[in-house]
Design a protein around this ligand. Structure first.
Ligand code: NAI
Ligand code: MG
Length: 501
């Protein structure tokens, strides 16, 4: 049964949002007859209710994706797939005001960030993979004389994709664009607290002309829809972004079901190291951006800042001044730097980690309080000093605007401190000494390293984790390895069988 779109007024703009699950290019009601509420984290008020998928809906979506894969998409002209992606990028560009309004209200991110980071990132990523579609090559090899051998890079099949709530639009695009370019079909699940931009994108996917069943979206919860996907016997590959704990659960589910190929992009506790020869004011700016982008709800956030003793006092003073100047508030107003935390659970988790920091004996140097007189989930930018490696606030991902600043004396010491973590997503170094920069980036155990910047990502460069921060890479040409499988073809010209007379 068809599910209607609803009109919602967001920041004075009336937008139409589909409410159904998206299966076979139709927005449909969920089988279980349930809906769930979607909240605006800036006001804690309900925006609208949408259909809530169940495992049964996952089965229906997988069947649709399988049929689309087998009935032409997998073997379609790659240039055509590229042209559909280009059309999708154009439609997103045309409807950007609606998509941005939906994304800002649903996720709590600032208008400024949605306009300058999320939207251009989404459009750029789609166009990048559109142009990859007809450039995925196999290779030929010099095997024995009389034989000719080559490889084909074929799509994997039905790809399950599970995304988090911090970058709902961008993660949707990071996942679908490379999978579609390479001829896979998709069953995707948005996060239960941020399902709206994915619904809007499905409307555009249909308009762009993708065949029915190519992309299917089942909104819903992790324990039901997500678990059904991870355990599904007919999903060939699963790509996940979210917490390390859930990543572990998914890997186990894959192992005990059909050994679907799993890639994971998980948490982090990224070190950000400032040497005395760095440009201090630039280092401060990037370090504040490193922890405060999207109120700290960024997997590669620079949440552990290590500052050399020679500049510790001056860095701390300038950094604190800059954190104090951050404008926290209504995310739709153009000059707001930091909006609310994305959801109540995350808000509570951050506040409890701040409490843990105080209890374990770190110094709360700045902030640490929720914003008074607000219904939404706002927390002040927060700085801890005098923290040690055994404390929760130094070890655990806080995923909020909370940073620890730690003093160091030597390069050797700071390397050991920086790498003393189970995570390995990203790391940054601020220095003007290029030899030190090269030495440090080589020795830091992280999938992304920055020199004199932080939190910079580009679709043309791979992104992913060392250690418990993940398996596989997103973006760049590298992600295409996760969405293709290699077939070897041995071709005999005139070689007799080894057992011929
Ligand atoms: P989560 O990892 O549980 O949620 C991410 C996605 O996984 C959501 O779509 C959720 O519905 C789904 N999911 C949850 N349980 C599942 C299961 N058993 N099987 C399949 N899918 C499942 O993250 P959560 O609970 O929202 O946040 C907890 C912490 O995770 C945060 O405090 C933060 O530290 C970290 N996190 C990291 C992210 C990243 O970008 N690496 C993004 C979101 C959270
Ligand atoms: Mg969870």
């Amino acid at each position: 049964m068809a599910a209607p779109s609803k009109k919602v007024t967001i920041n004075g703009r009336e937008v139409s949002i589909p409410t159904g699950l998206f299966i076979n290019n139709e927005f449909v009601k969920a089988r279980g007859g349930k809906t769930f509420e979607v909240e605006d984290p800036a006001t804690a008020k309900v925006l609208l209710s949408i259909e809530e998928g169940q495992p049964e809906d996952v089965d229906i979506a997988v069947k649709a994706a399988r049929k689309a894969f087998e009935s032409g998409w997998a073997e379609s002209d790659p240039a055509w797939r590229g042209s559909l992606l280009l059309r999708l990028a154009d439609l997103l560009e045309k409807d950007q005001e609606d998509v941005i309004a939906i994304e800002v209200a649903d996720s709590g991110k600032t208008l400024k960030q949605a306009q300058t980071i999320d939207l251009p990132g989404a459009i750029g990523t789609i166009r990048y993979y559109a142009s990859w579609a007809d450039k995925v090559y196999g290779r030929t090899a010099s095997t024995a004389p009389g034989t000719f051998s080559y490889t084909l890079r074929e799509p994997i099949g039905v790809c399950g994709q599970i995304i988090p709530w911090n970058f709902p639009l961008l993660m949707f695009i990071w996942k679908i664009a490379p999978a579609l370019a390479t001829g896979n079909t998709i069953v995707i699940k948005s996060a239960e607290t941020t399902p709206l931009s994915a619904l809007k994108m499905c409307e555009l996917i249909k308009e762009a002309g993708f065949p029915p069943g190519t992309v299917n979206l089942v909104s819903g919860y992790g324990k039901t829809v997500g678990a059904a996907m991870a355990n599904h016997m007919d999903i060939d590959k699963l790509a996940f972004t979210g917490s390390t704990a859930t990543g572990r659960t998914i890997l186990k589910a894959a192992a005990s079901s059909n050994l679907k190929k799993v890639t994971l992009e998980l948490g982090g506790k990224s070190p950000n190291i400032v040497f005395p020869d760095a440009d201090l004011s630039q280092a401060v700016d990037w370090s504040v951006f490193g922890i405060d982008m999207h109120a700290g709800q960024v997997c590669h956030a620079g949440s552990r800042i290590y500052v050399h003793e020679d500049i510790y006092d001056s860095f701390l003073k300038a950094f604190t001044d800059k954190m104090a100047a951050i404008k926290v508030g209504a995310n739709f107003s153009g000059d707001t730097d930091q909006g609310p935390q994305q959801n109540k659970l995350q808000y509570d988790r951050i506040l409890s980690l701040i409490e843990a920091g105080k209890k374990e004996g770190a110094t709360l140097h700045f902030g640490g309080q929720p914003l008074p007189d607000r219904d939404g989930y706002f927390i002040e930018p927060t700085i801890f000093t005098d923290a040690t490696s055994d404390m929760k606030i130094v070890k655990e991902e806080i995923f909020g605007p909370v940073v620890v600043i730690i003093k160091f004396r030597s390069e050797e010491e700071v390397l050991a401190l920086a790498n003393d973590t189970r995570y390995g997503l990203a790391a940054g170094v601020h220095t003007k000494d290029y030899q030190r920069a090269i030495r440090m980036t080589k020795k830091l155990k992280a999938g992304t390293t920055w020199v004199n910047m932080f939190n910079y990502i580009h679709w043309s460069m791979p992104f992913g984790g060392y250690k418990e921060s993940g398996i596989g890479r997103e973006l760049g040409g590298e992600v295409l390895d996760n969405y293709t499988q290699v077939k070897t073809v041995f071709f005999n010209m005139d070689v007799p069988a080894p057992n011929s007379a």
